[in-house]
Design a binder for this molecule. Structure first.
Ligand code: OGA
Ligand code: MN
Length: 293
């Protein structure tokens, strides 16, 4: 089958057709996907309908998988799935809709803030693979921002100002922003803050992007107030509609994004009435292909 790449958002989102990952996830197919991810930053593969094992197998072709952190309910995550799969659902271990007071709701709330996956971990998180297993009838989109174009369009004075800055990333910051404060000190101690550069150079393409996320709490070397004012200014710039794309899910979609140059967020849906079952695998560390040609 011939593989085709069709831009959906000219700048950074493409749909790929002619791929059936259950039948063929050979190096040639993965290479085509990674090539599309270099050019675009988000790739939609419709009608993949992957099982858990298939999703894990395919994702591993792109590098080592990170395991769902602190897998288990102690920090609000779910034990419904294997640890290679991040449970991005509103379901409990019996596949029922989470109760109103369930602590796991609090954990997932922060997915609705703009973020990059795992930037609060001192590791190089590259690709996220999100498969839509059960999709609600309305709402529950996933929104993306192209942080390469955002960086490119910043005024030169701002580029110079931020060139050497680093930011503090902490998962507890985004959880607090999402209204969750119900985390114990022993849980908080498992994921201490890390610093990351504010401008990131993509190792495959050489393109720069602005590395923001709701995990970012402050700028190193600036007062809290001045750092947050700068972050607010940069975030407002990044969230202009021309840099955004909203993905409306169809069951069976596999959406792959590059965390090194995008931000994303989930959007609300009626999560007390409808099931939404999304499962994510996440690659950390260098690509098995290294730098693109
Ligand atoms: C994720 C995520 C948002 C969504 O899977 O990492 O942030 O739309 N998902 O569920
Ligand atoms: Mn995410």
């Amino acid at each position: 089958m011939t593989i085709s790449v069709t831009p959906i958002n000219d700048a950074f989102v493409a749909r790929m057709d002619g791929i059936d990952l259950r039948a063929d996830h050979s190096a040639a197919v993965l290479d085509a996907i990674e090539g599309a991810l270099d050019q675009f930053a988000v790739v939609i593969l419709p009608a993949q309908h992957l099982s858990d094992d298939e999703q894990i197998e395919v994702s591993k072709g792109f590098g080592d998988l990170s395991y769902a952190l602190n897998h288990g309910r102690s920090v609000g995550q779910n034990t419904r799935l294997r640890p290679e799969l991040y449970d991005i659902s509103n379901l409990d271990e019996k596949h029922g809709i989470l109760g109103e007071a369930d602590r796991r709701r609090q954990w997932r709330e922060a997915d609705k803030l703009w973020h990059t996956d795992r930037s609060f971990i001192d590791a190089d998180t590259t690709y996220s693979f999100l498969s839509g297993r059960i999709v609600p009838p309305t709402g529950g989109n996933t929104d993306f921002v192209d942080m390469r174009r955002v960086y490119d369009d910043l005024p030169d004075a701002m580029k110079n100002r931020i060139a050497d800055l680093t930011a503090v990333h902490s998962i507890w910051h985004s959880r607090a922003l999402a209204g969750g404060v119900d985390f114990r000190p022993d849980e908080v101690a498992t994921m201490p803050p890390v610093t990351q550069p504010l401008v990131r150079i993509h190792p495959r393409t050489g393109r720069r992007s602005l590395a923001l996320a709701s995990h970012v709490s402050e700028i190193v070397g600036m007062s809290l107030e001045a750092g947050r004012a700068l972050l607010a200014e940069l975030t407002a710039f990044a969230l202009q509609p021309r840099y955004l794309h909203s993905h409306v899910w169809t069951e069976g979609d596999l959406v792959i994004w590059d965390n090194r140059c995008t931000m994303h967020r989930g959007t609300p849906f009626d999560d007390k009435a409808y099931r939404r079952d999304m499962r994510r695998t996440t690659v950390q560390g260098p690509s098995r292909y290294g730098a693109a040609a």
